[in-house]
Design a protein around this ligand. Structure first.
Ligand code: PGA
Ligand code: ZN
Length: 410
């Protein structure tokens, strides 16, 4: 048994230059740490990310959350066994006492939860993915099929009324490393084409490492992606996925994309048309987080043909996942650990998805750090799929590089 000796947090920066939390946990075996990510197109029902709203960092500093780790959570979990993940997460949930972790902050709680998992892995002398697998009850370690967001739109690119993410996924690759290589080749093909067509500024990168050319038509973006896949020689082997993040352009019952204002039925027809013209295998957050009937209708019509992923709809929250299962509102879960705030609850969400034969996609946030915890998580619980952004920018590639490392270990 390795009990927790100290818990200490500091404020560090994320990939957007916003403050976030890094937490250090020490046991007799040494010190480990974890950093938490942060979203931009956040769901209304996510656990609360505590920010100070003061003058520093434009109101975005996280000093209160940091002191909650140092002064409230730390003293509570010190002395507990580092491998008692469930008990530690439960203690933090009770200490917070709110439904959405608004008291201590989901960012504060998650930083401890993840660092404790690393301490637990060291305590048992295991690699992180192995340890997470054991906690989850899985021994069948598998590298995920990655979704790469190679054209950034919406909030991640400074646009409004726009589809947010345009992704490629190497469905036919024989291994993770082969899929990564194929996708990187497509990424560079696309880069060359964009540069030639629109000039050097078109290949500046959005928050998730995808390009931001001066176009907002999704059709045009998908055509460019299909062209790049063809030229790279992977037609039929790499498919497309979209994350419209539709809550961002939903207002008063209408969806505004570009100049168009669409009702849920019209938006459904729009997606059906896109799916008939492009090799799209997955659509995430095609509808707003509260528009349950639209989700149900879309799943009824397309659920057998494509993957329909709930992100803002589900916010990795077991209660909302149960509701979606009951209503048959989607067929896959996007899992973001900071939407719910503890590893134990993330496991519960993942178990629900797996038990019900849903797809399961482990996801980063648009604001990330060099922490690659979610790469180990994806393998450890054999999620099957990952969404860690484009194969560019070190906070994204930290995850891909860790997956390459794990592939070498297995
Ligand atoms: P976010 O975007 O991290 O800004 O919420 C990612 C996503 O929508 O999946
Ligand atoms: Zn999303």
């Amino acid at each position: 048994m390795d009990s927790i000796k100290t818990v200490r947090a500091i404020q560090v920066l994320d990939s957007r230059g916003n403050p976030t939390i890094k937490c250090f946990v020490e046991t007799g075996k040494g010190q480990v740490s974890a950093m938490v990510p942060s979203g931009a197109s956040t769901g209304k029902f996510e656990a609360v990310e505590l920010r100070d709203n003061g003058k520093e960092y434009g109101g975005k500093s996280v000093q209160k959350a940091v002191s909650n780790v140092n002064e409230v959570i730390g003293p509570k979990v010190m002395g507990m066994n580092a491998t008692d993940q469930e008990a530690i997460d439960k203690a933090m949930i009770e200490l917070d006492g709110t439904e959405n972790k608004a008291m201590l902050g989901a960012n504060a709680i998650l930083s401890v939860s993840l660092a404790v998992a690393r301490a637990g892995a060291i305590s048992e002398g295991k690699g992180l993915f192995e340890y997470l697998g054991e906690k989850f009850g899985n021994r069948d370690f598998r590298l995920p099929l990655p979704q790469f967001n190679i054209l950034n739109g919406g909030k991640h690119a400074g646009f409004e009324h726009d589809i947010q993410e345009h992704m490629i996924a190497p469905l036919k690759a024989k291994s993770f490393s082969e899929g990564l290589r194929m996708s990187v080749e497509v990424y560079h093909e696309l880069k060359g084409e964009l540069k030639e067509k629109f000039g050097a500024r078109a290949v500046t990168l959005g928050d998730e490492g995808g390009f931001v050319p001066p176009i907002s038509s999704t059709e045009e973006r998908l055509e460019l992606m299909v062209g790049a896949i063809e030229r790279a020689g992977y037609s039929g082997e790499i498919k497309l996925a979209l994350d419209p993040a539709a809550s961002e352009f939903f207002e008063d019952g209408k969806y505004s994309i570009g100049e168009k204002e669409l009702g849920a039925g019209e938006l459904t027809d729009y997606y059906l048309d896109l799916c008939s013209r492009f090799p799209i295998y997955s659509i995430e957050d095609g509808f707003a987080e509260e528009d349950w009937p639209a989700w149900q209708e879309f799943t009824k019509r397309m659920g057998e043909k494509i993957q329909i992923v709930g992100d803002d709809l589900l916010v990795t929250n077991p209660k909302r996942i149960k509701k979606a299962l009951e209503l048959k509102a989607c067929n896959a879960l996007l899992l973001k650990v900071n939407q719910i705030g503890t590893l134990t609850e993330s496991f519960e969400a993942a178990r629900l998805a797996k038990k019900n034969d849903w797809g399961l996609v482990i996801s980063h946030r648009s604001g990330e750090t060099s922490d690659a915890f979610i790469a180990d998580l994806a393998v450890g619980i054999a999620a099957g799929q990952s969404k860690f952004g484009a194969p560019a920018r070190s906070e994204r590639n930290a995850k891909y590089n860790r997956l390459l490392e794990i592939e070498g270990l297995l």
